[in-house]
Design a binder for this molecule. Structure first.
Ligand code: PRX
Length: 656
């Protein structure tokens, strides 16, 4: 942890009351109702969650214990039997939803597809049978490395159906990053595509898989299943590589869902932390199903007729909880878009909203800032009247972006639901309930019922209103991560030991600083650990440093974030070179490219600064706080007395 005190400077006074007409039809209709539910959940969290689990989900067998809490390890709905693909598909088939659109998909080149619940069920069952035919068994892991096409969701649901855990690897990750994740998860099968369409180019995926598993790089991988999307020529290794459409053609559409234990692993999702190696966040079945379901239903006030679009990629937790599992478990219509705003069509998002009559739109502040730059004439040229609710996630939203979103996209009629949560939390933690909560631009507002959030100091003592501190959660919740895959000790160290347990109570802390105002509203200020948030994507500074140091010219590297108008934060890398190397523009670009190769384009440093040495403490720890000040052009604040060599700072200031 790098900051002993956290200073909060944002003061935002505007307040937006829920629209009475919206509230009237909402699931949660007033602040009073929210407060009642919140208090009830606080008084008896287990009874609260048990009642929801009973009413909102189908169980093959009921649990016998709601929560088994051996801090920091939680088990929810112990001995309950459930299958999330059953809750997302089968249970809707016996209702009128059978022929309702489950998934509306829009490809970037303009092709589109709609799958009803019955059709999606059929394809999921077929793929589940294909997986079995390829030797996948309950408990195995499957890597999914896909563009944003329906088959990505189908593959996830097919895994869940047979009890194999998926690990979805974002399609923008490099072959190296893919390999690390496949190896850590010991994936038996990789599901991929020849490539995908994004920003008017073809993003090749199968060649990256080939690279990742070449020379026995990921020895656990036995088979590769390839969706034909772009029709580019790809290498198909006989016996190992199979076309999705070939195997689907011969597969039965009858595949009953495997009754899973509530605590069986549903998926692993890798996320960055403070060490060089990404951690595999483990989510399990029953609690995650309930949590992604109910948070979406209440916070986005999901109604039967909604067309709901979340612009995230399935490779991130937002795609898992709020493109696939949450919406489908609720029987909603979820929209998936392959492409991104691009020079040839900066207004493509607004086209999609108009074409499909999207009612709920969920995106990230970095995207909103990009829309502002592109100009309001794009959204204004489209009919966005179908929208009734807007959501945001990924980083603190600056009030100007919030106001623009509210005025230009929402037509001053749509509530904005700013959802604070993390890969680790499985679903929304702090969020308005749009029929109940008045919103303040820039605040994620109040905790979801059942979530006991607080702001504390390092000793676990609550801090007064409007004073910065560490955002913690006091009681386990069903959607929480269960462990770090293969490393329970790291789970304990990372999330439960930074803040001392207080009066025997463990506090969950995952790295954000925040303050709470006099109305109890939470204002998240950002990460306080060695994690940068670039365009809403979490990157560990150590990860980027390891990538840089793996280049032969680099002796040492220190990576920090600096504020960026568009991306929120950008990466600045301070690099010292091996003795025989000279700084140059070419070397700087080569190093950026090297990071792209090691991790992926999302981690490309915006700036490389060569330096003779890095500021370190006497014990050899790099003083990133000083580098952060330097990178953002600020005065060097705080204590520098622990610095080993004071001349280093002068050299760095001089732009060495
Ligand atoms: O710093 C917080 C920021 O994103 C981090 C979680 O990143 P990740 O696990 O990749 O999940 C992103 C999508 C859930 C948090 O620790 N963050 C996320 N949402 C918000 C946010 N910061 C402020 N406001 C938010 N609404």
């Amino acid at each position: 942890m790098s900051q002993p005190t956290i200073e909060s400077i944002l003061q935002e006074k505007r307040l937006f009351q829920p629209n009475p007409e919206f509230s009237q039809h909402a699931h949660i209709k007033s602040l009073d109702e929210y407060q009642q539910i919140y208090e009830k959940a606080k008084a008896d969290p287990q009874a609260f969650w048990a009642e929801l689990a009973e009413t909102e989900l189908d169980w093959f067998q009921k649990w016998d214990t709601v929560l088994d809490w051996q801090p920091p390890f939680a088990k929810w709905f112990v001995n309950g039997k459930i299958n999330i693909s059953h809750n997302c598909l089968d249970r809707h088939l016996t209702t009128w939803r059978k022929n309702k659109a489950a998934l509306i998909w829009e490809g970037e080149p303009g092709d589109s597809r709609t799958l009803t619940y019955a059709q999606l069920h059929r394809e999921v069952c077929q793929m589940a049978n294909v997986f079995k035919q390829l030797g996948v068994q309950k408990g195995d892991r499957i890597g999914i490395y896909m563009p944003m096409i329906p088959e990505a969701a189908i593959a996830m649901l097919a895994c869940a159906r047979i009890g194999a855990a998926h690990t979805v690897i974002f399609g923008g990750f490099s072959a190296e990053a893919l390999k690390d994740r496949l190896v850590d998860a010991q994936a038996k099968l990789v599901v991929t595509a020849d490539g995908g369409f994004r920003k008017d180019t073809i993003v090749p995926l199968k060649p990256q898989v080939d690279k990742a598993i070449a020379d026995n790089g990921a020895p656990s991988v036995e088979n590769v299943l390839v969706v034909q999307r772009t029709k580019q020529q790809v290498n198909m290794e006989p016996g190992r590589d199979h076309w999705w459409h070939d195997l689907q053609a011969g597969a039965s559409a009858n595949c009953p869902p495997e009754p899973m234990d509530s605590e069986d692993m549903l998926f692993i999702l890798y996320t960055s932390g403070t060490t060089g190696k990404p951690k595999g966040v483990v989510h399990t079945t029953g609690g995650y199903n309930l949590y992604s379901h109910i948070t979406l239903k209440w916070a986005f006030d999901l109604q039967e007729t909604d067309v709901y679009w979340c612009t995230a990629d399935v490779g991130w937790i937002t795609g898992h909880s709020y493109i696939v599992y949450g919406p489908l478990s609720n029987g909603a219509t979820t929209l998936m878009y392959e492409g991104a705003p691009r020079a040839s069509n900066p207004g493509c998002f607004w086209d999609v909203i108009e074409k499909h009559g999207v009612t709920i739109f969920y995106t990230a502040p970095t995207a909103i800032r990009a829309f502002i730059k592109m100009g309001e004439h794009h959204p204004k040229a489209r009919n966005l009247a179908s929208l009734r609710l807007l959501g945001t996630v990924g980083e603190p939203i600056n009030p100007e972006a919030w106001m623009w979103y509210y005025r230009i996209i929402g037509g001053e009629r749509c509530p904005i639901v700013d959802t604070w949560w993390q890969t680790e939390t499985g679903g929304f933690m702090i969020t308005p309930l749009p029929g109940a909560t008045a919103t303040k631009p820039g605040s994620a507002t109040l905790p979801f019922p059942g979530i006991l959030a607080d702001i504390v100091d390092l000793d676990g003592n609550p801090v007064p209103h409007n004073e910065g501190g560490y955002l913690v959660v006091r009681h386990p919740w069903p959607g929480m991560m269960r462990t770090v895959y293969g490393d329970p000790d790291r789970f304990r160290r990372t999330y439960w030991e930074h803040i001392a347990p207080k009066d025997g109570q463990y506090l969950y802390f995952a790295g954000d600083g925040a303050r709470c105002d006099e109305d109890g509203y939470f204002w998240v200020m950002g990460r306080v650990d060695d994690v940068v948030n670039v365009s809403g994507h979490r990157l560990g500074t150590m990860e980027v440093e390891s990538a840089l140091v793996s280049h032969p010219a680099v002796a040492e590297a220190a990576v920090v974030g600096k504020p960026d108008d568009l991306k929120g934060e950008d990466i600045v890398a301070f690099v010292t070179l091996e003795g025989n190397q000279k700084p140059s523009e070419e070397l700087a670009s080569a190093l950026k490219q090297h990071v792209v190769k090691e991790i992926g384009a999302i981690a490309r440093p915006g700036e490389i600064r060569f330096t003779d040495s890095l500021p370190k403490t006497r014990s050899g720890k790099i003083m990133r706080r000083l580098l952060r000040n330097l990178a953002s052009g600020q005065e060097l604040a705080g204590d520098t007395s622990t610095l080993e060599d004071r001349t280093v700072l002068d050299k760095l200031r001089g732009g060495a």
